[in-house]
Design a protein. Structure first.
Length: 248
């Protein structure tokens, strides 16, 4: 049945779906499929939430724009699960705060502190630790290291506010060994875990390119990567995600 926001049918998406927030990045990912964009099928363009299906190294794969924030990705993930998606990999950016995390590095999230409204709504305020699937996460780590990239692996925080004015915003979360701030992973992990608990073979993971770093001395605006450097980092991330996702 066609979904309200993803105007597609069962079978239009591959079991593996990459989830970038940016529709331009979705198109960029589809360009890396076998045969490029011309050989990919546009399966959704409703509200500019571009989704494509194709193959990568002969295996089916899809990409679907998630939008920004947990309210948006929650809608997309719920509908993708209804349409048969079973391997969901968020491919996005993060503001790095962990010690040793630098702009253009890759971060692979093992879990996400749910500092957002949508995940809290799903949980009804209950304490919960949204976690990535271990096997899919390990595949991301292995795929990165096989390409000579040593990713940072650990917890991120999913937040609602990009320009947070709190004086202790960075120091508080760094002291909890959080590697970076992002805006979608907690809801993704929660929904995938709920589906797995219901008996579906659903796995979710998250790999992020560090677009900027935040500290007591530097802001996002001061450290944000130049466009060409950010594109190079995201291209590395996308290649790792495709290789890992198709191995599980």
């Amino acid at each position: 049945m066609t979904q309200i926001h993803l105007r597609a049918e069962v079978g239009d998406y591959a079991p593996l779906v990459l989830l970038p927030g940016d529709p331009n990045r979705a198109t960029r990912i589809a360009e890396s499929f076998d045969g490029g964009l011309d050989a990919s099928k546009l399966v959704n363009d409703h509200r500019g939430m571009l989704g494509y299906s194709g193959t990568y190294k002969g295996k089916p794969v899809s990409v679907q724009t998630s939008g920004m924030g947990t309210p948006s990705i929650s809608i997309v993930v719920e509908e993708l699960l209804n349409l048969g998606a079973r391997r969901l990999v968020r491919v996005g950016t993060t503001g790095g705060i962990g010690r040793g995390v630098r702009a253009a590095d890759l971060v692979i999230a093992t879990s996400a502190a749910p500092v957002d409204g949508a995940t809290s709504t799903y949980l009804h305020g209950d304490p919960y630790a949204p976690a990535a699937d271990f096997e899919l996460t390990r595949a991301l780590v292995d795929a990165a290291r096989a390409r000579g990239v040593d990713p940072h692996v650990g917890q991120v925080a999913t937040v609602d506010v990009f320009y947070n004015p709190d004086d202790d915003y960075v120091s508080k979360w760094r002291a909890r060994h959080v590697l970076g701030f992002e805006m979608e992973a907690a809801a993704l992990f929660t929904l995938a875990s709920r589906a797995a608990a219901a008996g579906d073979d659903v796995r979710a993971a998250c790999i992020l390119a560090v677009s900027d770093t935040l500290s007591e001395d530097e802001s996002s605006e001061e450290t944000y990567l130049a466009l060409e450097d950010l594109e190079a980092a995201t291209d590395r991330m996308i290649e790792v995600a495709l290789e890992a996702g198709l191995s599980i």
